[in-house]
Design a protein around this ligand. Structure first.
Ligand code: KG4
Ligand code: ZN
Length: 336
């Protein structure tokens, strides 16, 4: 029996990533190439530029990661690619590359749902400074593309409890940051600006706070920021602080509702770029503690898009005895 060696590939948005994991989830090698610089001057991700950049970068990146792991393609026992949701061009590049490896080496191919990758990352052994979460747990996925509460009941067993009615929370950060004259992606810049401000100076709405369920909505808050900026009577740092406080309060409220809807949850796991935000983390930790469960967040480099999570989802599926996917599996831009 050859030892388990899984290559994971991710190209669903603006990060090109590859990783090799062994059967215990040990990260043998990984790399992420960000296209941020290529998209920054457009103020957002341009799909056609993203697809071409993935195509140019992926073969070299995969070869480098295998090399770092001391492996060749012939040592792999399975290959996994993100097959959705995301930008179709990148999905075709990433999952198509994975299928090519599967065909060439005669190994199983796993078509991984990007959200499943985020959902399972915290379970990689040795990643957290506490034991990995056991099923079931609540996932809060807070990124530039997603804003969801998900009940994670087992490998391949997910239930969406709530989602955004308009923007993703990272998008709301980026749009508010843009209004305040900050560069894209604005979330981290807005957090730094907010640290200089006073959250109590500019009162902003807290959409859906206290409302039943755990859906999200950010458009009203965004409009309020635009109006306040236009009015010109408040300092940018106070608007930033007010915005961040409103977002953190809403997220904590929605998490509390999600836990009430899903009392079996043993932990709250946070993933996505917005999980980097200190105010957001603190508010969510309080909401989790109020219900007696820990809040867990993977290290930041694994909270944002990466290929470790894609390889790990395949390792979890192998352990759970779930079947590989057909080479005819078509990429899905929408895949709830
Ligand atoms: O997960 P991610 O890297 O990419 C995807 O969207 O899949 O998330 C990126 C988002 C951006 O909207 C970015 O502004 C936001 O996460 N973000 C933050 C912070 N760091 C990144 N938002 C608020 N505070 C931060 N410190
Ligand atoms: Zn993501």
């Amino acid at each position: 029996e050859r030892p388990v060696r899984v290559l994971g590939l991710e190209a669903s948005c603006d990060e090109t990533a590859a990783a090799v994991l062994d059967g215990q989830g040990r990260i043998m090698a990984e790399a992420v190439l960000s296209q941020e610089a290529e998209h920054a001057r457009f103020g957002g991700v341009v799909p056609e530029i993203a697809a071409r950049a993935h195509l140019a970068a992926l073969p070299g990146l995969a070869a480098r990661v295998l090399d770092k792991a001391g492996l060749g393609y012939g040592d792999l026992t399975a290959v996994a690619g993100t097959a959705g949701p995301g930008l179709i061009g990148g999905l075709i590049v990433g999952s198509g590359f994975a299928k090519g490896v599967a065909i060439a080496r005669g190994i199983p191919f796993f078509a991984i749902n990007h959200l499943e990758g985020h959902a399972l990352t915290a379970r990689i052994p040795g990643l957290l400074d506490q034991p990995p979460p056991a099923f079931p747990y609540l996932l809060l996925l807070l990124s530039g593309g997603h804003c969801q509460c998900v009940a994670v009941e087992g490998v391949g067993r997910y239930r969406r409890l709530g989602t955004t009615l308009d923007d993703a929370v990272g998008e709301a950060f980026d749009k508010a940051a843009k209004m305040l004259g900050l560069p894209w992606p604005g979330g981290p810049h807005l957090e730094r600006l907010a640290a200089q401000g006073d959250a109590s100076v500019v009162a902003l709405p807290r959409p859906l706070l206290g409302r039943q369920g755990c859906d999200f909505s950010w458009s009203g808050l965004k409009t309020a920021v635009a109006q306040r900026v236009a009015k010109g009577d408040a300092r940018a740092e106070d608007i930033a602080a007010g915005f961040q406080a409103a977002v953190a309060a809403v997220l904590a409220d929605r998490a509390a509702h999600a836990l009430a809807m899903f009392p079996a949850a043993t932990a709250v796991v946070v993933a996505g770029g917005v999980a980097a935000n200190g105010a957001v983390r603190a508010a969510l930790a309080r909401a989790a503690a109020a219900r007696g469960v820990p809040m867990l967040a993977p290290p930041l480099r694994l909270c944002t898009d990466n290929a470790v999570m894609i390889a790990w989802a395949a390792v979890e599926r192998l352990h759970a005895g779930l079947p590989a996917d057909s080479l005819g599996h078509a990429p899905r831009p929408r895949w709830p």
